[in-house]
Design a protein around this ligand. Structure first.
Ligand SMILES: Cc1cc2nc3c(=O)[nH]c(=O)nc-3n(C[C@H](O)[C@H](O)[C@H](O)COP(=O)(O)OP(=O)(O)OC[C@H]3O[C@@H](n4cnc5c(N)ncnc54)[C@H](O)[C@@H]3O)c2cc1C
Length: 491
């Protein structure tokens, strides 16, 4: 490697330095001469399911990453144009610079259909400039091509998938991957103490010969901030580390508490996972989770949830049609009623079903919703209101801080019974029974629907009639259940 050789790492949904696989390889190969780049894609910002709040969390994560890279002796160049255009003009600019083009251009793999196409184009772009492009596994611990049935096909059912996943997890190559992530955790602890080595020895200023162009990132932060309408949680690697620490006190009770929405018994890692501020292997390493045959304790249950996440990524990668269509094609013909008024009531948390309304208000007010309640509101939208799961999926994406195509689509298609390994269509959640079982004292309901604070708990699990400020149920559950059964049976 000559002194002139250097690497550029393209950050996308891997907004961290700790244990970042592609970045780590670049640092080793280029002996520290590495800089980072991020490109804003206007197409992404114009998507129908774009969320101002999630974008703010993303921006804050990016700000934190930039600062971390600067502390380490490097920097992050943020470009205001999508990667196809911006990387081409960056390469042209670098061609004329003193150090010339990078020797290696890297990224970590992304499994969403649009990202796969984009990355193929960028690979070609690199080839046209004679730059070596390298990409790495990072977002998942085990990639779809590594986990197949004997016939070479992917799994469509979670239980055998998870068994195989755990088997591969114990293999030597995957245990080596885990070691690297343990080192990532050691880095995080150093970052917390502020005693990091200057691992990088190249800056954009050195490369371009001038200061970075006007701060694109700052401009985005300022203009987006004005539109944010919820409190945005702390972002970045240190915030993720403190989430890990917080959950240390809770993990052994996760099995008992994870279904009770009034208790903060879950990890809240999802929004950090979405941006890659933290990864599944780092979580496994931090809590020293070990493979299980049968789930015996809280840790096993928690481990199994992390595997659900990987499962949905594998499904999306192997069956990209799920992004727009039902996994099971026969359900494309379902005759949804799609009543806009009912949909509006659902979005606003005004259906007259307190557990559903509390969930939707939690989502609108905080950008997050408890998993049990996500299942309840999704089942209610599809099987009580007979509204297409895609409407709900999109609304969730507009609101969720952790909104993420693979698990969101998986969760929605599970609830609507259109997905792989989904809830059978005849198993329809009864919102009244769900509410009684998982929020018996109505603590969760009353947190988000203060107008019901004087109503005795028992009455919260049946229709509330004649209330001044809270609506009566907009539908009758048993009638709607019969209708839903008929719709599904027709197919
Ligand atoms: C209709 C619906 C929509 C959903 N949309 C999303 C979404 O957009 N983004 C998202 O990350 N999760 C989604 N989920 C899955 C799950 O609800 C969230 O991951 C979880 O509530 C996040 O909270 P937590 O981090 O405290 O979870 P914990 O209970 O602490 O679980 C730890 C981690 O395991 C993973 N996990 C947990 N439950 C699931 C699950 N059912 N499916 C897949 N992964 C899981 C998540 O990465 C989570 O962070 C959805 C579920 C449903 C039913």
């Amino acid at each position: 490697m000559s002194k002139q050789d250097y690497g550029i790492h393209w950050f996308r949904r891997d907004l961290r330095v700790a244990g970042n696989n592609a970045l780590r390889s670049q640092l080793q190969e280029c002996e520290g001469r590495v800089v980072g780049v991020f490109c804003f894609d206007k197409k992404f910002l114009a998507r129908k399911d774009f969320s101002v709040n999630r974008f703010q969390f993303f921006l804050n994560s990016l700000v934190s990453l930039k600062k971390e890279l600067q502390d380490l002796g490097s920097d992050l160049l943020v470009l205001d144009v999508g990667p196809d255009e911006s990387l081409e003009s960056l390469f042209k600019q670098l061609q004329k610079s003193k150090l010339g083009l990078p020797t290696r251009f890297s990224w970590n793999r992304d499994y969403e259909p649009f990202a796969i196409k984009r990355d193929k184009r960028i690979k070609k772009l690199c080839e046209s400039f004679d730059i070596e492009s390298i990409h790495f596994r990072d977002h998942l611990l085990i990639e779809p091509d590594e986990l197949t049935k004997d016939d070479g096909d992917g799994y469509k059912v979670y239980t055998p998938f998870s068994r195989k996943w755990l088997e591969i997890f114990e293999s030597e190559p995957v245990q080596k991957r885990m070691m690297a992530q343990k080192n990532g955790l050691t880095y995080l602890k150093k970052l917390e103490k502020g005693n990091l080595d200057k691992a990088f020895s190249l800056t954009w200023k050195k490369l371009l010969g001038t200061d970075l162009p006007q701060d694109v990132l700052e401009a985005y932060v300022t203009s987006n901030q004005e539109k944010v309408d919820i409190e945005i949680p702390e972002a970045g690697s240190l915030a993720a580390l403190s989430k890990l620490k917080e959950f240390k006190k809770k993990i052994d009770e996760y099995g008992d508490k994870r279904d009770i929405p009034s208790i903060a018994g879950t990890s809240k890692f999802s929004m950090y996972l979405k941006n890659g501020t933290i990864t599944v292997p780092q979580i496994i390493a931090y809590f020293q989770l070990t493979p299980y045959k049968k789930k015996k304790n809280s840790r096993d249950t928690f481990f199994s949830e992390l595997i659900w996440r990987e499962f949905y990524y594998h499904i999306l990668y192997r069956h990209p049609h799920v992004e727009k269509k039902s996994f099971n094609p026969k359900y494309e013909d379902l005759k949804w009623e799609n009543d806009k008024k009912l949909f509006k009531a659902w979005c606003e948390g005004k259906t007259g079903f307190p557990i559903v309304d509390a969930g939707m208000r939690e989502l609108n007010q905080t950008g997050w919703m408890h998993n049990r309640v996500r299942m309840i509101v999704a089942s209610f939208l599809t099987k009580d209101l007979l509204i297409d799961w895609r409407w709900g999926e999109q609304y969730f994406m507009e609101k969720l801080l952790d909104g993420d195509l693979a698990p969101n689509n998986g969760g929605w298609q599970w609830a609507a019974s259109t997905g792989c390994d989904a809830q059978p269509y005849f198993r329809i959640f009864n919102p009244w029974l769900q509410s009684k079982r998982f929020d018996p004292e109505g603590e969760y309901i009353k947190t988000y629907i203060p107008e019901l604070s004087d109503i005795p708990a028992k009455q919260l699990h049946k229709p509330i009639l004649g209330h001044d400020s809270y609506p009566e149920p907009i539908v009758d559950h048993s009638e709607q259940r019969d209708k839903a059964l008929k719709l599904y049976k027709e197919l």
